[in-house]
Design a protein. Structure first.
Length: 167
């Protein structure tokens, strides 16, 4: 395991992302939706930088161990998002399958907009609406800052460790 991103690097990137979001004009408080579980630390730090906003949580499961599978929504949102700008905050934008599934799930609730926000995106991933922090060019399983190890531990680390795919 190697340290990929320090606590300071994460803090600075979260602030940068929050400044990008703040540049958007909101006529009413926006809604921030955290995709549990992996995004919880990033989400918490991000919304601390925001002005008035609504907060809710959605839980999706798309991975079994380290393999992506069928996407299931385990908990949906409770808040009314009709006519509101929504920021859907997740940990990693990889294939886009989870994010696209969640956007389709939320669209019938008639938000004004849905903008995906992630701390990481894979180098090959593309989404013109995505607000993201770090681009990942190598295959690592990320651990820490909300992301868990295969055994479900280490989400509480204040930094990000990486395990290379062949480890």
């Amino acid at each position: 395991m190697i340290t990929l991103f320090t606590e300071l690097e994460l803090k600075n990137k979260v602030e940068e992302i929050s400044n990008t979001i703040k540049k958007n004009q909101h006529h009413q408080p926006p809604v921030f939706i955290c995709v549990l579980n992996g995004a919880f630390m990033f989400f918490t730090d991000l919304v601390k930088h925001m002005d008035d906003c609504y907060i809710d949580f959605i839980r999706a499961k798309s991975y079994e161990d380290q393999t992506q599978g069928e996407i299931q929504i385990l908990k949906s949102i409770d808040i009314d998002i009709e006519g509101k700008d929504v920021y859907l905050v997740d940990d990693i934008y990889d294939s886009g399958n989870t994010m696209n599934h969640l956007v389709k799930h939320l669209h019938p609730k008639n938000p004004k907009s849905i903008t995906p926000v992630t701390l990481f995106k894979k180098e090959f991933s593309n989404n013109k609406d995505l607000i993201w922090g770090f681009e990942l060019s190598k295959e690592h399983w990320l651990i820490g800052y909300g992301l868990d190890a295969a055994d479900g531990t280490k989400r509480n680390l204040p930094h990000i460790l990486g395990i290379q795919a062949e480890d």
